[in-house]
Design a protein around this ligand. Structure first.
Ligand code: SAH
Ligand code: SF4
Ligand code: F3S
Length: 449
């Protein structure tokens, strides 16, 4: 028996692949380790989206050097998007790394580990040639918990000028709907009640391959008996069709929640980002969504300080945030990425100015979030129960006492629920609750009797 530790940075795509590493190496006798120190093999599954993520990867593997110095049979691999981006250069920068595994090479992990461990050779495999068709279907994972993810596509064809994903993940590729529905079916049979369909741009699902489109895929997945909730991430505003908007009122299982990254509120900046929509188009899509589904919860991603972003452009982002009043915003300071086109753009915004804009935006959104939190007190909503709360909530404003269950609303807010007198709650059930109180990052509620 040997021990494997995988350290994951980045998005759900990486979480998914990390899981695959464990499964691919299990036949070779590898079992999960609790920490890098107790492992024989450590793989860092890395993210290249911003410089900070990349730095995190290098500082993690840097710390492994001391283990390697003590144990010559200890091996280190670097996988994911930084591995794909930097390739053999990593071996020069971090000579203690044994192998570099690109994003399209994951299927070859067992042979690579074999070469590294048995022959003591270092390996770099960042070949981006198409994965074997039968290997693609290996992307299925065993079910875990009440809520789980299913990958419906990989890669991205959009080439937003700031983004590294198309370079490190390759071209967009959709899985056949039958395989997706089958995976969902198996997961639901194993106890999963909520599925999130994953891809970089799910609403262009199947277009290239001539498969059924995304709204049709949603309908097929929703038809799986026993599935209570369906979500998806991420979608691109340019491809948000009326048909998909209608799905929010037509498919009962589809959560009233949409993460729709806007990136900027300025049409001029959006054009330089190659986003292919204007501020007006985005606002029109949101208005249409709210018409069809008035209680929809909205989230977004925003980049501040994109090259050439003027104070006036930034004002437009603030005013868009004020107009839409999102339930949640992920905001990032623009970060130059070596492969992305915007790295070559002029008029870079100084670091200090980016920080200050980021702080202004976050302050605005924090106020909105606070108001929204307070406004939901007293409301009745449904919560999918995912577990029993491990610690009591006393001391955090919870005077009710008693054991609570934890779950999430359709809008993805964490709720700690107290069962109603004489009623039972169990994991995997969808229960109706009344919100009693808003804490900083979660809500307290009581089950409706
Ligand atoms: N595919 C998704 C998101 C991918 S990355 C989409 O298109 O919406 C997640 C977020 O990281 C992006 O939405 C963007 O806001 C941010 N991001 C990507 N590249 C960045 C960069 N170079 N600098 C700062 N933020 C970036
Ligand atoms: Fe990156 Fe744009 Fe593709 Fe999203 S849609 S992954 S931001 S290139
Ligand atoms: Fe990061 Fe790669 Fe995902 S760059 S965000 S881990 S696709």
């Amino acid at each position: 028996m040997k021990f494997l530790y995988v350290f994951t940075i980045g998005c759900q795509m990486n979480t998914y692949d990390s899981d695959l590493f464990y499964r691919l190496l299990a036949p070779m006798g590898y079992v999960p380790a609790d920490s890098p120190e107790t492992a024989d093999l450590v793989i860092a599954n890395t993210c290249a989206i911003r410089a900070k993520a990349e730095d995190k990867a290098f500082s993690f593997i840097g710390r492994l050097q001391t283990i390697k110095a003590q144990r010559p049979d200890f091996h280190i691999g670097m996988a994911g998007c930084v591995a794909q981006q930097e390739g053999a250069k990593i071996l020069a920068r971090a000579p203690y790394v044994d192998f570099i595994l690109g994003t399209h090479a994951i299927w070859r992990l067992p042979e690579i580990v074999e070469t590294v461990v048995r022959e003591g050779r270092r390996v770099v495999d960042v070949d981006m040639n198409e994965a074997l068709p039968e290997a693609r279907e290996l992307t299925e994972r065993p079910a875990s918990g009440v809520s789980d993810f299913v990958t419906i596509m990989r890669g991205c064809d959009n080439f937003c000028t700031y983004c590294v994903v198309p370079y490190v993940r390759g071209r967009e590729m959709s899985r056949p709907p039958e395989a997706i529905v089958e995976e969902v079916r198996r997961k639901v049979a194993a106890g999963v009640r909520e599925i999130t369909l994953l891809g970089q741009n799910v609403n262009s699902y199947g277009q290239k391959e001539g498969l059924p489109d995304f709204p049709e895929l949603l309908r097929r997945v929703a038809d799986v008996e026993g599935l209570l909730r369906l979500r998806f991430a991420t979608s691109h505003p340019k491809d948000l069709s009326d048909d998909l908007i209608r799905a929010f009122s037509e498919i009962p299982q589809l959560c009233h929640h949409l993460h729709l990254p806007v990136q900027s509120g300025s049409t001029a900046v959006l054009a330089r980002m190659n986003r292919k929509y204007s501020r007006e188009h985005y606002l029109e899509r949101i208005a249409r969504l709210r018409e069809v589904c008035p209680d929809i919860h909205l989230g977004t991603d925003i980049i501040v300080g994109f090259p050439g972003e003027t104070p006036k452009d930034f004002e437009e982002t603030l005013s868009l945030v004020e107009t839409i009043r999102y339930d949640g915003v992920f905001a990032f300071a623009y970060s130059d990425r070596p492969n992305a086109k915007a790295a070559g753009f002029s008029d870079k915004v100084p670091e200090k100015e980016k920080r200050s804009r980021l702080a202004t935006l976050l302050e605005l959104q924090n106020g909105i979030t606070r108001e929204k939190n307070e406004a939901c007190v007293g409301r009745v909503t449904d919560v999918l129960v995912e577990g029993k709360n491990p610690r009591r909530m006393e001391g955090r404003g919870d005077t009710a006492g008693g054991d609570r269950f934890t779950g999430r609303t359709q809008g993805n807010r964490v709720v700690h629920v107290l069962p109603a007198k004489g009623r039972e709650i169990s994991v995997g059930l969808c229960v109706e609750v009344r919100i009693d109180r808003a804490l900083g990052h979660s809500l307290l509620a009581t089950q409706v009797a």
